[in-house]
Ligand binder design. Structure first.
Ligand SMILES: *Cc1c(COP(=O)(O)O)cnc(C)c1O
Length: 473
């Protein structure tokens, strides 16, 4: 093969710059990024000529040089973070961004964040204020705690609490509660980072009151309870509930800290779910400090919320770490909005997307699934389409055993494979993430809204329709 000829047939840069498509790209974007794309794509083409022994492939590479340059420029200017349609039925999908924020709240956040705000400005006094002031009273009112604050996520909340209350001392934790949460958050490691030393007590399945009692020394700075949010120990088990530890803490003047993980503010057992301890319960039973995530069952922005006795919260507000972990204006605004919805439980269930999805009834999801199938059938897809029962899950390391009975739309394509369909759905401009079950694509409607179902029907018609628009990328 005459590789030299191929090298010679690569157009020179000044020739490329005369091409209509390239000129257009320079006009729409700018010269610098187009030049960068030209260099990148020419380098790739030289690489192809060097490595490949397939003349056809090389010719194709040379022919597509211009379109590759234009695509590269476009890609450089297109944001990679994008909305996706979650058809997995997993409500708190950590990889898909956990709790969605409502459009109503987002509009308000945009109003606040697009300009200046009173983030740290006390409008009454006309001087510096505190960024927690916007939601601290709300948190106290809802949870019954004396004081509250928030940091970037619950992992940092645990770190800040331990660093403020137990640095240089010992913290007693049950061996049954040495949790690892996704993304390498491990209680023992966080403890080490915070400068407190871990004292493990009990065994994996059983920890008694006396285990805690015997572990207390002069150095003990706190007793820590960690909610085993993403696993359950069942069978021959025993643990000491928070109220069981209170007398021990009081007798030795040692504070009790609880990491609740999910941050449930309403009793979900009323809606058919397994009872999850609420933050209010924990405070009422006497926990000194409680922390939880903002974007798990609470349904708000990513945050680590800390509530409890004022003297401890004040210590945390003064800790240097707080400056490194502080929330921004987006989070502060979103937290206040979401917490306000909790002033009425009925309202929270209606307005907070996560709670709305969890409490959708069987009748509602069935109606949605039937409507979605009608939409798909009207588009005459080259596929078998039907409604089927399925199970949604909470996800995000909350209620790991819980399955919510739901309805899905099952698609079995006629002339492509299920992996091909799944890939095509994932590569849409607004990607659709379904479940693949028994060699079919299943879309659980619990995590989709009506608008998304219409959009998904259009997109699926593009992929599987009678006149397949050449939309597959
Ligand atoms: C999820 C969880 C965390 C971590 O919370 P993030 O907000 O994800 O940082 C910590 N502890 C428990 C018990 C959890 O369930």
């Amino acid at each position: 093969m005459e590789k030299k000829l191929f090298y010679r047939s690569i157009p020179k840069v000044d020739i490329l710059l005369e091409e209509e498509q390239i000129k257009e790209a320079i006009e729409v974007y700018d010269r610098d990024t187009v030049m960068e794309a030209i260099r990148t794509e020419m380098e790739a083409l030289r690489g192809l000529i060097r490595e490949s022994d397939d003349e056809e492939e090389i010719r194709l590479g040379i022919d597509s040089l211009i379109s590759n340059i234009v695509n590269t420029v476009k890609k450089m200017h297109t944001p990679d973070m994008r909305p996706v349609i979650n058809a997995t039925g997993t409500i708190l999908h950590t990889n898909l961004g956990r709790a969605p924020i409502s459009r109503e709240h987002l509009n308000r956040i945009a109003d606040v964040a697009c300009g200046y705000s009173n983030l740290e400005y006390d409008l009454e006094a006309g001087k510096r204020g505190e960024r927690y002031s916007h939601f601290e009273k709300l948190l106290c009112r809802i949870t019954g705690a004396e004081a509250a604050m928030a940091v970037n996520n619950n992992a940092s909340a645990v770190m800040l609490i331990l660093s403020s209350m137990a640095k240089g001392g010992e913290v007693v934790v049950s061996r049954g509660e040495l949790v690892e949460i996704g993304g390498k958050f491990r209680i023992p490691d966080v403890m080490e980072q915070s400068g407190a030393s871990l004292v493990e007590v009990g065994t994996t399945n059983k920890t008694h009151y006396s285990d805690y009692e015997n572990a207390i020394t002069e150095e003990t700075k706190a007793l820590l309870k960690v909610h085993t949010s993403n696993y359950r120990i069942v069978g021959f088990t025993e643990s000491v509930p928070i109220d069981g530890l209170i007398p021990l803490g009081e007798a030795h003047d040692i504070p009790i800290i609880e990491d609740l993980g999910s941050g449930v503010l309403i009793d979900l057992s009323k809606y058919g779910l397994t009872y999850e301890p609420t933050v209010q319960d924990s405070i009422r039973k006497g926990a000194d400090v409680v922390c939880f995530s903002g974007d798990k069952l609470l349904g708000g922005p990513q945050a680590g919320i800390i509530v409890g006795k004022k003297k401890y919260i004040d210590q945390m507000k003064k800790n240097q770490l707080t400056r490194a972990l502080r929330i921004d204006k987006f989070t502060a605004t979103a937290l206040e909005l979401v917490l306000q919805e909790y002033l009425s439980e009925e309202n929270a269930i209606k307005k907070i997307p996560v709670l709305r999805m969890i409490t959708k009834t069987k009748e509602e999801v069935e109606k949605d699934a039937k409507r979605f199938v009608r939409l798909l059938k009207s588009r005459k897809l080259q596929a078998a389409v039907c409604v089927e029962e399925c199970e949604s899950q909470i996800g995000g390391g909350s209620l790991p055993l819980e399955r919510i009975s739901s309805m899905g739309v099952v698609i079995k394509p006629y002339d492509m494979t299920v992996p091909e369909l799944e890939t095509a759905m994932r590569k849409l401009d607004i990607p659709i993430i379904p479940r693949v079950v028994n060699d079919t694509v299943l879309m659980d409607v619990r995590t989709m809204d009506k608008e998304q179902m219409s959009l998904a029907a259009d997109e699926l018609a593009g992929i599987l329709g009678e006149e397949k628009k050449v939309k597959r990328k």
